[in-house]
Design a protein around this ligand. Structure first.
Ligand SMILES: Cc1ncc(COP(=O)(O)O)c(C=O)c1O
Length: 399
């Protein structure tokens, strides 16, 4: 089949591929521990489900305005005011079929041939391929453990060139869990202010932050950037609603209109029931979010402590999200039967087959010396999975 050329430029999401592999192994009756999950293991809170059921009963089963109902937009506006101290109008927010779709729409609204998009690496798997789909060019800004997996203002300043169109900020980050401090973010904001850069702030993990003093938003710190920042968020992670598919954007009206135009010619409105559920999520009790965050914090500490006790593994303490991103390169060069493990991908395959633990190799995140472990699973499973990983790494006989 002669497929469109642009499809040859991208690859399937590696994180979703792990989910597929796990499902396939489970269908064969093999018990696999899944550390690949990019979603909370908690159920959607009851009051949100009830709101969805009520919406169904009330017959809210028809098309809605393309960018969402006035109710869901009002709920988003109220949330942004309450949580972020940011004021938006109805014309400055829109909803989409998940945060991923929000980003996809936004990239297509903003980027095209010749545009460079600055992406701190390691980065969430979809950013770079989504930029490529628009005809734009991802420009990676490498970070490491030494900088806490964060870019510096000086690094950003140096990277800005004539073609640079936007910077992607994702704090707390997937896959590293790194979160910018107010001070770091303020310095970055100052560089941006002196440039023409747009900012896309992907805030989907904002509620999962374990050192509370760090919860900073670039717009709160530098309101002058308001007409150059597109805020992206979603109910997926915050409210354990990944399957509902409801994401949203807030930003300059022109961008919002462009996103809605694109959406009007592609998906139309996001699911009407999910919109009603999102209203309950955003305006109802926030207690379940706190419960999840508390549990994630406990698991984070446990996983990091276990990983640090394994010879050859080093692991920064992630400030947020629900991932740890240990360095595993010390195991490169070890033997797995006839094979030599020479990459994170090889090591992940080894752990899947020999430890029955699925995790995501760092290559997809632009970081070939690391793997991503999700702790969005119970303590008991974490304990068992880490036992299996530890034993399997010991068998590789290194370090
Ligand atoms: C950094 C980041 N942004 C956006 C998303 C999109 O999430 P959703 O489409 O479920 O809202 C994800 C999901 O994994 C993510 O990790």
């Amino acid at each position: 089949m002669n497929l469109a050329k642009r499809l040859q430029l991208i690859k399937p999401s590696p994180t979703l591929m792990v989910t597929v592999q796990v499902a396939a192994l489970r269908r064969q009756g093999i018990e696999v521990i899944d550390f690949g999950a990019g979603e909370p293991d908690f159920d959607t809170p009851e009051h949100i489900k009830e709101a969805a059921i009520a919406a169904l009963r009330q017959g809210k089963t028809k098309y809605t305005p393309v960018g969402g109902t006035a109710e869901v937009k009002e709920a988003i506006i109220a949330k942004l005011q309450r949580d972020n101290g940011l004021t938006y109008s109805l014309q400055e927010v829109t909803t989409n079929c998940g945060g991923k779709h929000t980003l996809f729409n936004a990239f297509h609204a903003l980027f095209g041939e010749g545009d460079e998009v600055l992406i701190p690496a390691p980065y969430w798997v979809s950013y770079s391929d989504m930029v490529i789909l628009t005809g734009g060019q991802p420009q990676l800004l490498p970070t490491s453990e030494e900088t806490g997996f964060k870019i510096t203002a000086a690094q950003l300043q140096k990277a800005i060139g004539p073609q640079s169109k936007a910077l992607l900020l994702n704090s707390p980050s997937n896959p590293t869990g790194a979160a910018y401090t107010e001070n770091e973010l303020r310095q970055i904001a100052e560089v941006i202010e002196r440039s023409n850069l747009l900012v896309i702030s992907d805030d989907v993990y904002e509620k999962f932050l374990y050192d509370s003093s760090r919860c900073a938003h670039i717009l709160t710190l530098k309101p002058q950037l308001r007409d150059r920042v597109l805020l992206v968020n979603s109910v997926s992670k915050t409210y354990a609603m990944t399957g509902w598919r409801l994401g949203y954007a807030a930003g300059p009206r022109e961008v919002i209109v462009a996103i809605e135009t694109l959406q009007s010619q592609s998906t139309s409105n996001p699911n009407s029931i999910a919109q009603a559920a999102a209203v309950a999520a955003l305006t109802g009790t926030q207690e379940p979010v706190g419960v999840m965050a508390k549990e994630f914090a406990k698991r984070r500490n446990y996983v990091v402590q276990r990983l640090r006790a394994i010879p050859g593994i080093s692991c920064t303490l992630p400030e947020g999200a629900f991932y740890v991103f240990p360095r595993v390169a010390a195991y490169f060069g070890t033997k797995w039967g006839e094979k030599t493990i020479s990459s994170a991908m090889d090591l992940s395959l080894y752990l899947l087959q020999e430890a029955q633990v699925a995790l995501v190799a760092g290559e997809g995140f632009g970081s070939p010396n690391h793997v991503r472990i999700s702790y969005a699973t119970s303590m008991q499973i974490l304990e068992q999975g880490l036992d299996q990983v530890e034993a399997a790494l010991k068998r590789l006989g290194r370090v």
